[in-house]
Design a protein around this ligand. Structure first.
Ligand code: FES
Length: 119
């Protein structure tokens, strides 16, 4: 079983779009699934894809030492196992926890495209 770090953007655009409810849904789903020991829940951002929010980044916890400048809290790093989910809702968040975190099965149809949007 993999371990994860799940970050919900705390930037103002994502918050305005409902990121706090997405965060609450993640917390509740992790608790309900008994997944708290396997997934650290965190608030990162702003990631710079504000128009795509609420944004969520899931990374595999490899025990990597945290960079003192924490660039991973503000940008995608391209690390193996890193997944970016865009336009999240509480319902989508629950699904990501139940599939990606619980079953190690990333939800491809919800993957965001950080380079594609300028709407
Ligand atoms: S506010 Fe979330 S990416 Fe900018």
């Amino acid at each position: 079983m993999k371990r994860y770090r799940l970050s919900v953007c705390k930037g103002s655009s994502c918050k305005a779009g409902g990121a706090d409810a997405v965060y609450a849904a993640a917390r509740d789903a992790l608790g309900a699934g008994g997944l708290v020991p396997r997934c650290e829940l965190y608030r990162g951002g702003c990631y710079g894809f504000c128009h795509m929010g609420p944004n969520v980044v899931v990374r595999e916890d490899t025990g990597r030492k945290k960079d003192p400048l924490s660039p991973e809290d503000y940008q995608l790093m391209g690390w193996p196992g890193e997944v970016y989910y865009s336009e999240m809702t509480p319902e989508k968040m629950k699904r990501v926890v139940e599939e990606h975190i619980a079953k190690d099965a990333p939800v491809r149809e919800l993957f965001g495209q950080p380079d594609s949007g300028d709407d």
